[in-house]
Each structure stands twice: as structure tokens, then as C-alpha cells.
Write a protein that binds this ligand. Structure first.
Ligand SMILES: NC(=O)c1ccc[n+]([C@@H]2O[C@H](COP(=O)([O-])OP(=O)(O)OC[C@H]3O[C@@H](n4cnc5c(N)ncnc54)[C@H](O)[C@@H]3O)[C@@H](O)[C@H]2O)c1
Length: 383
């Protein structure tokens, strides 16, 4: 039994995802003495932090017990660490992944993997050709609520799936309201830096629909920019050149229908900021990030006439909560554990860069269907 350190370059380590998710998850594994593999060896993550601001990256390295750090991402990629994670702003990702593949790194990156489907497929192809292992973060199915939905799907609860509905979003302050800073970085609202709600969030809705309901085969959409001017991190007003609202209609394999209603300019009156409902002949289920409720076909109450009675009906009381198997591991840590197993013991890793490309593909089709005001087919992708 051996303990092996594995060097992991984290580009964008001081960002929200870098610091609060990826680094934290890896440090938790490290603090436990590494990930135990099947053969008894332990794989201990050894992060190399990369960021643009010397002071901030050095401070983060110090706070984590004196980790290695640099402001030179190219030197990090040219160095000996075998794994490359990019969780910096989306716009720079594809070029860095290309460089990292050429340097023989295994790739594990945030979504979306690239700004266009052609580029995203090319990355998957290059990684396959180079023989490196690769993956993209798909964290949402590890959230307790959506994990329960996935278990219902896998257990055949829904019967024939009729529809899926994703209702997501919340109010993102524009930087001028009630002294509230904008909760999202300004690059999210600039096309050149990889911003845009569709590019950001279709990356999640693609695998959620594909796996919780059925593969997406057709899409049409309307996009909008509800708040056209915002205030950035330096207090400067800037013009938003991307959408902050997406409505998509989708057809699923087998004939099911799906809707995605996603906005950064909506106020929440539902169970969670992200809600997914699946309707099937066997029953329906609704989940937020943590809780999941079901209504079986055999227990479905009459509501067509009943709701019209004085006093109406308590629809919420007609659902049964799925029990929680907790405690739960942080979803990003789960992604890392599976990827480290993929590296250390060749266990399968489902969300490869090709899966990442499928997500970019759906975003691209959403943009095109809006621009061309028509339905578009979702062609199969091959790396
Ligand atoms: N898996 C998820 O659910 C999830 C959630 C949020 C964000 N993300 C993805 O993670 C990545 C980072 O998002 P975040 O919310 O942590 O962003 P963030 O702005 O908090 O962090 C981005 C990091 O990138 C660096 N950076 C590099 N080039 C930049 C540029 N041109 N402009 C601004 N910053 C730049 C910043 O210094 C910062 O360290 C994005 O690709 C995003 O799509 C994924």
C-alpha cells in the first residue's frame, strides 16, 4: 500500500468556483490522507494554484497550509503536474485546454468547455488522440434533490415520461439596487469573456434532461436581456451584450416534451432557485437542490373539479417527500473523487469532454433557434 501525491493545476483558483468548491473539495480529500483506491493505495491531491493576481494567489496558498502557486499558467502547464483544472472565466478555457492536452495533461475542467460546439468537439477529439483522461464538471446530479430524482428515474418510477419542466433563476442585482452588489461577476454579462445565461446554464440542463428524463432531440427558444446595463466590480456602469433570460421548448427522445425557463431577472416563489418536475404515466416528481416530492399515479387526487370548491385545495399537501439518505458529500468533491478514481484505478468517468460538447451544442442551438426563429434538430456528436 502506497501513498501517491498527484499534482493538480487549478487555474482560476481565487475565483468563486476555484476557492469555494474545487480547492475546498481537494483539500478535504488531502486532509483525510488522500482518496483510498481499490488496491489500497491512497491518492493525495497536491494543488498548484494559478491566478492572475500575485497577492491574492499567494494569500490563498498560505491560507491552505503553504500550497504551491504561480501567476504563470503557461509555465504551470509546461511543468510536471499531470492534471489540469480550469475554473477561470469561461472565455479563456478552450485555448488553455488545447495547450494542456498538447503538454500531455489529464483534463478536468468546469463547464462550458468551449464557446462553440466545433471547438468543444475538437477538444474531446484532441484529448482522445493524445490518450489523456478527460472530464467536465457535472455537479448538479450529486445535489441531494436531483440525486433523488435520478434514483426515481433509474428505478422506473415515472413509467412513460410525458414531460420535464425546469424552472430556474433568481434576481441578480445590477449593482445599483438597495446598495446590493451584483452577485455575479461582470464577465458573466460580456460575450467576449464567455458570458451569457444560455452558454452558462444549458451546460447543466442538457445532462439533467438527458439523464433525468430522456435525450433531447429538438429545441426552439426565445432569449432576452431584461437588464441591459449593470455595474461591475470596480463600480463602473457597463453595457450587457448577452441574454439574462432563456425560455426553451424541447422535444425528448420517445416523444416527451420539456420546457426550460431560466432567468437572472425573476423573483422566486417556488421551492428552490432550481426546480425540476418530471411527469410520467407512473407518477410525477418535483425536486429542488435538496428536497424531492412525489405523487404516484395511484394516489393522484381529483383536482379538476376539486380545486374549484370554496377554499380550493392544498396542492402541496398532496405530495409525499422522498426520504433523505444523508449525510451528503459536496457535489464538487464527488466529481473529483470519481475523476481521481478514473485516473488511479481506471474507473469510468461519465462526463467526458464529449459530454461537455453536448452541453455547448445545446447552448449553441438555443442561440441559433432564437436568431432564426425556428425549431432545430440536435444531431449526434462524435469525437
Ligand atoms: N459547475 C457549476 O455549477 C458552476 C457554477 C458557477 C460557475 N461555473 C463555471 O466556473 C467558471 C468560473 O466561474 P466563477 O463563478 O467562479 O467566476 P469568478 O469570476 O468568481 O472566477 C473566475 C476566475 O477567473 C479569473 N479570470 C481569468 N480571466 C478572466 C477574465 N477575462 N475576466 C474575469 N476573470 C477572469 C479570475 O481572476 C477569477 O479567479 C466558469 O467557467 C463558470 O461557467 C460553474
Amino acid at each position: 500500500m502506497a501513498t501517491r501525491e498527484i499534482g493538480i493545476i487549478i487555474n482560476g483558483a481565487t475565483g468563486r468556483m476555484g476557492a469555494t468548491q474545487h480547492l475546498k473539495g481537494l483539500m478535504a480529500i488531502r486532509a483525510e490522507g488522500g482518496l483510498p483506491l481499490k488496491n489500497g493505495d491512497r491518492l493525495v491531491p497536491s494543488p498548484l494554484l494559478v491566478g492572475r493576481d500575485k497577492g491574492r494567489i499567494e494569500a490563498l496558498a498560505r491560507e491552505n497550509g503553504g500550497l504551491r502557486c504561480t501567476t504563470d499558467v503557461h509555465a504551470a502547464i509546461a511543468g510536471p503536474d499531470p492534471v489540469f483544472m480550469d475554473c477561470a472565466a469561461t472565455g479563456g478555457r478552450a485555448a488553455l485546454v488545447r495547450e494542456a492536452i498538447a503538454a500531455g495533461k489529464h483534463i478536468h475542467v468546469e463547464k462550458p468547455t468551449a464557446g462553440s460546439v466545433d471547438e468543444a468537439v475538437e477538444l474531446a477529439r484532441l484529448a482522445n488522440r493524445a490518450g489523456v483522461k478527460h472530464g467536465v464538471i457535472q455537479d448538479k446530479l450529486f445535489l441531494p434533490g436531483f440525486a433523488k430524482l435520478l434514483a426515481l428515474k433509474q428505478g422506473g418510477f415515472f413509467g412513460r415520461i410525458i414531460a420535464a419542466r425546469i424552472d430556474a433563476g433568481s434576481w441578480v442585482f445590477d449593482g445599483t439596487e438597495q446598495g446590493q452588489p451584483c452577485q455575479r461577476p461582470s464577465w458573466n454579462y460580456r460575450r467576449a469573456d464567455g458570458g451569457g445565461l444560455a452558454l452558462d446554464m444549458m451546460a447543466h440542463w442538457r445532462y439533467m434532461l438527458d439523464r433525468l428524463a430522456a435525450p433531447v432531440v429538438r429545441v426552439t427558444s426565445q432569449l432576452g436581456t431584461a437588464i441591459p446595463k449593470r455595474v461591475d466590480e470596480a463600480g463602473q456602469r457597463y453595457d450587457v451584450d448577452v441574454e439574462d433570460t432563456v425560455h426553451a421548448l424541447l422535444t425528448l427522445e420517445g416523444g416527451g416534451m420539456a420546457t426550460v425557463s431560466n432567468s437572472w431577472a425573476t423573483r422566486v416563489r417556488r421551492d428552490d432557485t432550481m426546480c425540476v418536475q418530471i411527469d410520467g404515466t407512473g407518477g410525477s416528481a418535483v425536486a429542488g437542490r435538496n428536497r424531492c416530492f412525489v405523487q404516484e399515479a395511484a394516489k393522484t387526487p381529483e383536482t379538476f373539479f376539486g380545486a374549484a370548491q370554496p377554499g380550493g385545495m392544498d396542492f402541496m399537501a398532496q405530495w409525499t417527500e422522498v426520504s433523505d439518505p444523508g449525510p451528503h458529500t459536496n457535489p464538487y468533491r464527488r466529481c473529483w473523487e470519481l475523476f481521481l478514481r478514473h485516473l488511479g484505478e481506471d474507473a469510468p468517468y461519465v462526463p467526458t469532454l464529449l459530454e461537455g460538447a453536448k452541453a455547448v451544442q445545446l447552448a449553441e442551438l438555443v442561440y441559433r433557434s432564437h436568431a432564426e426563429a425556428r425549431w432545430l434538430e440536435v444531431p449526434a456528436l462524435r469525437a
